[in-house]
Design a protein around this ligand. Structure first.
Ligand code: ZN
Length: 280
C-alpha cells in the first residue's frame, strides 16, 4: 500500500503524521520526480513500509500540494459513464466508452483555484486512474495490474464552449487552465476494500450536489483500460477521468460563481477543495 503525494514538485509518501521525501527515504534522487515514482510504482509499497518508525520530513500543508500526476502524456476522459448522468443529460447510453481528452495543461493541485471562464462553468467529480505499467491490447483480466493507483479529480467544464455546435466538442471546453484539479494523493489499488466500489461526493458552496459509487460505472476501470489500450499504447503516468455521476449543474441550470468552494471527496483517497475565482 502507498499514498504518493507531490509536495512542491517532489515525490513524497504520505503517512498518518506527515510526508516523507521519496528521494531522501530511498537515497535515490532519480525518484524525486513524481512521474518517475509512478513509473516505478512496484517499488513504492516497500518504501512506504520503510517509513514506519521514522520521523516525517514535514506535515501535509495543503498549499504545497501539486498534482500527484503532474505531467501525464495523455489525459483520457470518459463521458456519460453513469446511467444517472446520461439520464439527466437526456443522452443515450454510449455503446462504447465515449472518450475525449483534457489537455494536460489544465491539471492543478488539490487545493488550487478554479479560474472561471464564463457563467456556465460546471462541476463533475470523478475517480481518476493512473497507469503505472504501460502496454497495448491489455486484457481486461490484467488491467488492474497496469494501474499505479487511483486519485480524485474534477472535470470542470465550460458548458457553452463544450456544447457550441453540432456535434458538440468536449475537449476544449474541459481544458481551460485550472479545469483539472486532481489529488490529494495517488493511492495504491490495494488500499481499497474494493477498487470497483468507491464512494464519491461533491459539495458546492456547502451543498451536496453529487454522491455515487464507482460500482455504478457503465464501463468500469478494467474495461476502460482494456478498451483504450486496444487503440492507444498506454504509457506510465497516463491518466483516465472515468466519468461523473448525476448532480451536475447543467441539469438544473445552476453554475459556479466566483467565491464558491467546490469540495470533492472519495473514500480512502481524500478531499479536493477548490475555490472559484473570476478570470483576470
Ligand atoms: Zn466528466
Amino acid at each position: 500500500m502507498y499514498r504518493l503525494l507531490n509536495v512542491n514538485g517532489r515525490a513524497a509518501l504520505e503517512t498518518e503524521t506527515g510526508w516523507h521525501d521519496l528521494a531522501e527515504l530511498s537515497g535515490d534522487e532519480s525518484l524525486a520526480d513524481p512521474m518517475a515514482a509512478i513509473t516505478r510504482h512496484h517499488e513504492l509499497h516497500d518504501w512506504q513500509a520503510r517509513t514506519a518508525g521514522r520521523p516525517a520530513d514535514g506535515t501535509v500543508d495543503d498549499s504545497h500540494l501539486l498534482p500527484c500526476v503532474p505531467r501525464p502524456a495523455k489525459v483520457f476522459a470518459i463521458g456519460l459513464n453513469y446511467r444517472s448522468h446520461a439520464a439527466e443529460s437526456a443522452m443515450e447510453l454510449p455503446p462504447a466508452p465515449l472518450t475525449f481528452t483534457k489537455f494536460p495543461s489544465c491539471l492543478v493541485g488539490p487545493h488550487d483555484d478554479i479560474v472561471l471562464s464564463g457563467t456556465t462553468v460546471d462541476w463533475e467529480v470523478e475517480l481518476v486512474v493512473a497507469i503505472g505499467t504501460g502496454g497495448r491490447d491489455i486484457a481486461r483480466a490484467d488491467a488492474w495490474s497496469h494501474v499505479a493507483g487511483l486519485t480524485l479529480g474534477q472535470d470542470i467544464s465550460d458548458r457553452t464552449v463544450q456544447l457550441t455546435g453540432k456535434p458538440p466538442q468536449f475537449s476544449l471546453g474541459k481544458s481551460f487552465d485550472s479545469y483539472g484539479p486532481i489529488g490529494p494523493a495517488l493511492v495504491s489499488v490495494d488500499s481499497f476494500p474494493d477498487p470497483d466500489d468507491i464512494e464519491l461526493w461533491c459539495d458546492v458552496a456547502g451543498e451536496r450536489k453529487q454522491q455515487a459509487s464507482t460500482a455504478d460505472l457503465i464501463f468500469p476501470v478494467a474495461e476502460l483500460v482494456a478498451y483504450l489500450s486496444g487503440i492507444c499504447t498506454l504509457e506510465p503516468g497516463d491518466i483516465i477521468f472515468t466519468g461523473t455521476p448525476d448532480g451536475v449543474g447543467m441539469a438544473s441550470g445552476r453554475f459556479l460563481a466566483p467565491g464558491e468552494m467546490v469540495e470533492s471527496g472519495a473514500a480512502v483517497i481524500g478531499t479536493l477543495r477548490n475555490r472559484c475565482v473570476a478570470a483576470g
